[in-house]
Design a protein around this ligand. Structure first.
Ligand code: HEM
Length: 68
């Protein structure tokens, strides 16, 4: 999404994290004030969808692995 998320194909951040770390990251997001944030734009917790279950997020992480 232009100016929103990042391109998650071949993403170094994803490659550098374990599945559990990625699940935690998606649950938490990365607010604009976080020093780790690179764009000054919020990555919302659970990708902005509070209805996503932890199992959904594990499935998303499995999908993200297929993009690397
Ligand atoms: C389930 C859906 C989503 C997943 C799995 C997801 C995953 C990720 C991941 C893995 C990163 C880190 C990439 C990196 O640092 O290299 C990221 C960053 C980011 N995401 Fe998401 N995202 C989701 C939804 C969203 C949505 C809906 C938005 C905006 C409304 C968003 C905005 C952002 C932004 C702005 C960043 C970059 C933060 C920064 O500048 O450091 N994401 N996302």
């Amino acid at each position: 999404m232009p100016r929103r998320g990042k391109n998650l194909h071949g993403d170094e951040f994803i490659r550098s994290k374990t599945n559990d770390e990625l699940v935690k990251f998606i649950q938490t997001g990365r607010p604009a004030w976080d020093p780790a944030n690179t764009r000054g734009v919020d990555m919302p917790p659970r990708g902005g969808d509070p209805t996503l279950s932890d199992q959904d997020i594990h499935n998303i992480v499995a999908y993200l692995r297929t993009l690397q």
